[in-house]
Design a protein around this ligand. Structure first.
Ligand SMILES: *Cc1c(COP(=O)(O)O)cnc(C)c1O
Length: 803
C-alpha cells in the first residue's frame, strides 16, 4: 500500500488517542503495540472485504486448509512487511522516539501448534495470500497455546501459555456466523413422505462454534484471505436451566477449545481430542456450505467451487461430515454425495511412524458421534463390497477403515480423497512402496508428492535483515517474490569481497545471539566458535542423542589432551518434549546435565559450550537460525517425512550435516555433494536391517572403545545428577535394541563432524558453501509449494509465477 511517513505518524497518533486517550511520550510499548496492530488491521480492512467480495462476485473456487495447528509466530512485523510499509513504519516510529523491535516484542507468540506440521500451515496461508490463491485456514482458537517450557534443575517443566491474556489485535469475533455442532445422543433414520431418509436426534448435546477471523495479508498485493479459528461456547440456554448445572456444562463445553495437545508425532487416543477434531471439522464444513449457497450453484457442483484440504489425519472427519450434510440436509443420494465428497477432499500424509497414526475405538466414535459413525460404517461397507470384487481378501482387510474395533483415520482420509500427497520425494516413495502400498495399487493416480516449503518472507526477509540487504545489493530484489532468482548469487561464488560480506553478516548475527544468551541465560559464548544448531521437537527418531554422544566424545578428547586441536564449537539445542514422553524428557535432562558439566569445566575453556535454550518456538527460531553455521538434520533415514528447519537454516547460509532423509535428499540434489555433509545409513539399508533383524547394537558398544567410553559416562557417575536417566538411556541404546540406530551411525557421524571442523578452517571455502546453499534455497519457498497444490490438487486459479 502507499503510505507516507507523515501520514503514518498522524494515523498513529490519532489511533493512540482514540484507543487510550494517550499521547506518544507518555505511552508504553503495550499501548504502542495495540495501536499499531489496530492501525495495520484498518489498513488491510478494505482489501479484506474486497477480496471476499471479489471471490464471491466471480464465484471463484475456494480452498479451505483444515489444520489442527497453525504455528503462526508473531504477526506484527510480518503484516507490516506484507503491506509493504515495514520501513516506513519503522522510521516513522523512530521519529516519534519509538523502537519498532521493542513494540513487536509485546506480542505474545501465538503457539497454536507443536512443530513442523503447524508451522507448515502458517507458511502455507501466507503463501496462498501472496500467490493470490483463494485459500483460507480453518482451525481451533485454543485458549492456551503449546505449553511454556522451563528448565528446573535440568528437567523440563510445563507452564500454561496464556497467549490471549492481553487480547489479540488481529482477530474479529463473528458472533453472527456461529454454527452448532452436535455430540452424543441417539439417532435413527425415518423415511419422510418425499421418499428419503432423514435422521432424528434425541438427547444430543449442542455446542456453539464461534468463529474468530484474522486477516492473512498477501505480500505487496491486494489479496487478504482469512484464517478462521473456532471457539467452543455454550449455546443460548432456556430460562429453566439450573445455575450450577449451567456452570458445569459451560466448563465442559469450553474445554473443547481450551488446550492444544502438546504431542508431536504421537497419537493421543483421548476423548477430548476426538471432540476437538469433530468440533472444528463440523463447524468449518458447515460454514463452507453456508457460504457456498450464496453462490447459487447447485450442490452437485460443489467440487467446482470448493476444495477442502486435510492436513494430516486430524481433520479426516471432513469426509463423513460433508457426506452427512449432503445426505441429511441436501437429500442427495449416496452415490452422488460420495462422488462430490471425494472430488472436494484432498489429504496430506505427514508421517510413517506407526505411533502417530490415528485410530479411534469404534465405541468412542459411535457414542460421541452416532450419525458420523453410521456414515463411516457405510463408507467402509461400500468400500469392501466394491474393492472386494477386484482385490484379494487380505488386501481389503488391510485397507478397511474399520478393523479390530478401531476406525483408522488415514484409511478414511485416503478412501475419501481424490489426492494423497507425501511431503518430500523420499517420503512419497516410501508411502507408495511400503506404508501405503496397498492403496497405491488401488488408486495409483491419487498419489503425488508435494515437497514442503518455507516462507522466505518470515525466514529471511524478517529474520535476517542484514542478509536480505546484502542480497538485494548484489542481485536486486526480484528474488523476494521469485525466490529461485537467488541462484543469481552464484555469480559471486568466487568473489572474495562477497564471501567476506557473508562472513561478516554471519558474525553480526552470531554476536547478536551471543548477547541474547548472555543476557537471558548468563552464559558466555564465543562468536568465533562454530555455531552448531539442532532445533526441533525432542523425539527419539530425530536423534538429539547422536549429537550429544558426539559432544561427549569431543569432551573426553579434550580431557585426555587439553591441547587437542578441536575448532571451538557452540552446540545449540532448542526442543520441547511432549509432557507424557518420558524418554524425550530424560534426554532433555541429560543434555542439560552434560551442558552444566562441560560449560563449567575450566579445562575446556571456550572450546566447547552447550546452549539449550528454554521454550523453543517460532520467535526463538527467528533468532537462532540467522546465527547458525551448521544445521543438524540427523534423523534416522526414512523417519523424518520432510523437515523444514533444514530449509530455513539453508536459506540463512548454514551448512547442512545430514542423513539422506526427508527433504535433505532434495537439498543434496540441489547443492551437490560438495556443499553438504552427508553421513549414515540410507533408507534402503534401514529397511534391510528391519527385514533381516540383523542390527545388534550391543556389539557396537562392545567393539568401539570411543563409543563405550561415551556410553559408560551415562552410568558411571561422570555426569552428575542423571542416575535414573543415564541408566534408562544407556539401556535403551545398548540392551534394548537401539530402535533408531544411534550406535550404528555414531562412527560415520563423528567422521562427518571432523569434516566440518576441517572445512570451517578455510573461511572462504566455508562461505562459498554458505553462498551456494542460500542461492539454491529458493525452490524450497512455500510460494512454489502452494502453487503446485493449486494446480495439481486443488485446481484453483493462482497468479502465474515462474519457478
Ligand atoms: C520450522 C519449525 C519446526 C520444524 O522443525 P523440523 O526440524 O523440520 O522438525 C519446529 N518448530 C518450529 C518453531 C519451527 O519454526
Amino acid at each position: 500500500m502507499e503510505l507516507s511517513k507523515r501520514r503514518f505518524k498522524e494515523d498513529f497518533k490519532r489511533m493512540l488517542t482514540e484507543l487510550y486517550s494517550m499521547d506518544v511520550p507518555r505511552s508504553d510499548p503495550a499501548e504502542q503495540y495495540f495501536t499499531l496492530g489496530n492501525l495495520v488491521r484498518s489498513y488491510s480492512a478494505r482489501n479484506w472485504s474486497r477480496t471476499n467480495q471479489h471471490y464471491l462476485d466471480r464465484k471463484q473456487k475456494q480452498v479451505y486448509y483444515f489444520s489442527m495447528e497453525f504455528l503462526l509466530g508473531r504477526m506484527l512485523k510480518s503484516n507490516l512487511l506484507n503491506l509493504g510499509i515495514l520501513d516506513t513504519v519503522r522510521s516513522g516510529l523512530k521519529e516519534l522516539g519509538i523502537d519498532l523491535e521493542t513494540v513487536a516484542k509485546v506480542e505474545l507468540d501465538p503457539g497454536l501448534g507443536n512443530g513442523g506440521l503447524g508451522r507448515l500451515a502458517a507458511c502455507f496461508i501466507d503463501s496462498m495470500a501472496t500467490c493470490e490463491i483463494p485459500g483460507h485456514g480453518n482451525g481451533i482458537r485454543f485458549k492456551y497455546g503449546l505449553f511454556k517450557q522451563k528448565f528446573v534443575n535440568g528437567y523440563q517443566v510445563e507452564l500454561p501459555e496464556n497467549w490471549l491474556q492481553n487480547g489479540n489485535v488481529w482477530e474479529i469475533r463473528r458472533t453472527n456466523m456461529a454454527v452448532t455442532v452436535n455430540f452424543y445422543g441417539k439417532v435413527w433414520l425415518e423415511k419422510c413422505p418425499e421418499g428419503y431418509l432423514i435422521p432424528h436426534y434425541e438427547n444430543d448435546s449442542k455446542v456453539l462454534a464461534v468463529p474468530y477471523d484474522s486477516p492473512v495479508i498477501g505480500y505487496r498485493n491486494e489479496t487478504v484471505n482469512t484464517l478462521r479459528l473456532w471457539s467452543a461456547e455454550m449455546p443460548p440456554q432456556d430460562e429453566s436451566t439450573d445455575y450450577w448445572s449451567y456452570i458445569q456444562q459451560r466448563n465442559r463445553i469450553e474445554s473443547i477449545s481450551e488446550v492444544l495437545y502438546p504431542d508431536d508425532s504421537n497419537f493421543e487416543g483421548r476423548l477430548l481430542r476426538l471432540k476437538q477434531e469433530y468440533f472444528f471439522v463440523s463447524a468449518g464444513v458447515q460454514s463452507i456450505i453456508r457460504h457456498f449457497r450464496k453462490m447459487n450453484v447447485r450442490m452437485n457442483r460443489l467440487a467446482e467451487k470448493v476444495s477442502i484440504h486435510i492436513n494430516d489425519t486430524h481433520p479426516a472427519l471432513c469426509v463423513p461430515e460433508l457426506m452427512r450434510i449432503l445426505l441429511d440436509e441436501e437429500h442427495m443420494d449416496w452415490e452422488h454425495a460420495w462422488n462430490v465428497t471425494v472430488n472436494v477432499m484432498s489429504y496430506t500424509n505427514h508421517t510413517i511412524m506407526s505411533e502417530a497414526l490415528e485410530k479411534w475405538p469404534t465405541d468412542m466414535i459411535s457414542t460421541l458421534l452416532p450419525r458420523i459413525y453410521q456414515i463411516i460404517c457405510e463408507i467402509d461397507r461400500r468400500y469392501a463390497v466394491k474393492m472386494g470384487a477386484l482385490y484379494e481378501r487380505e488386501i481389503i482387510e488391510r485397507t478397511r477403515i474399520i478393523e479390530g474395533g478401531h476406525v483408522k483415520m488415514a484409511h478414511l482420509a485416503i478412501i475419501g480423497s481424490h489426492s494423497i500427497n507425501g511431503v518430500a520425494k523420499l517420503h512419497t516413495a516410501i508411502l507408495k512402496e511400503k506404508v501405503l502400498h496397498d492403496f497405491f495399487l488401488m488408486y495409483p493416480s491419487r498419489f503425488n508428492n508435494k515437497t514442503n516449503g518455507i516462507a522466505q518472507r518470515r525466514w529471511l526477509m524478517l529474520a535476517n535483515e542484514p542478509l536480505r540487504r546484502m542480497i538485494d545489493s548484489k542481485i536486486g530484489s526480484d528474488w523476494e517474490s521469485m525466490p529461485t532468482e537467488l541462484k543469481m548469487l552464484k555469480a559471486f561464488r568466487n568473489d572474495e569481497a562477497t564471501l567476506r560480506d557473508l562472513a561478516e553478516i554471519k558474525r553480526i548475527n552470531k554476536e547478536r545471539f551471543a548477547a541474547y544468551v548472555q543476557q537471558d541465560m548468563g552464559l558466555t559464548i564465543n562468536p568465533d566458535a562454530i555455531f552448531d544448531v539442532q532445533i526441533k521437537r525432542l523425539h527419539a527418531y530425530k536423534r538429539q542423542l547422536l549429537n550429544l554422544l558426539h559432544i561427549l566424545s569431543l569432551y573426553f578428547k579434550l580431557k585426555d589432551n587439553p591441547a587437542a586441536d578441536i575448532y571451538p564449537r557452540v552446540f545449540i539445542f532448542g526442543a520441547k518434549a511432549a509432557p507424557s514422553y518420558t524418554y524425550a524428557k530424560e534426554i532433555i535432562k541429560l543434555v542439560n546435565s552434560v551442558a552444566s558439566l562441560i560449560n563449567k569445566d575450566p579445562d575446556i575453556h571456550d572450546k566447547l559450550k552447550i546452549v539449550f535454550v528454554e521454550n523453543y518456538g517460532v520467535s526463538l527460531a527467528e533468532r537462532i537460525i540467522p546465527a547458525a553455521d551448521v544445521s543438524e538434520q540427523i534423523s534416522l533415514a526414512s523417519k523424518e517425512a520432510s523437515g523444514t528447519s533444514n530449509m530455513k537454516l539453508m536459506l540463512n547460509g548454514a551448512v547442512t550435516l545430514a542423513t539422506l532423509d526427508g527433504a535433505n535428499v532434495e537439498i543434496r540434489d540441489r547443492v551437490g555433494d560438495e556443499n553438504i555433509i552427508i553421513f549414515g545409513l540410507k533408507e534402503e539399508e534401514v529397511y534391510e536391517y528391519y527385514h533381516n533383524r540383523s542390527y545388534h547394537s550391543k556389539s557396537y558398544y562392545d567393539n568401539n572403545p570411543v563409543l563405550r567410553r561415551v556410553l559408560d559416562a551415562l552410568i558411571d557417575g561422570t555426569i552428575p545428577g542423571i542416575e535414573a536417566e543415564g541408566k534408562d538411556i544407556f539401556n535403551s541404546l545398548v540392551l534394548y535394541g537401539d530402535e533408531y540406530f544411534v550406535l550404528k551411525d555414531f562412527d560415520a557421524y563423528v567422521l562427518a563432524q571432523e569434516n566440518i571442523d576441517r572445512l570451517y578452517r578455510d573461511p572462504l571455502k566455508w562461505q562459498r558453501m554458505a553462498l551456494i546453499n542460500i542461492a539454491d534455497a529458493g525452490v524450497f519457498s512455500s510460494d512454489y509449494t502452494v502453487l503446485q497444490y493449486a494446480t495439481d490438487i486443488w485446481d484453483v486459479a493462482a497468479k502465474a509465477r515462474r519457478v
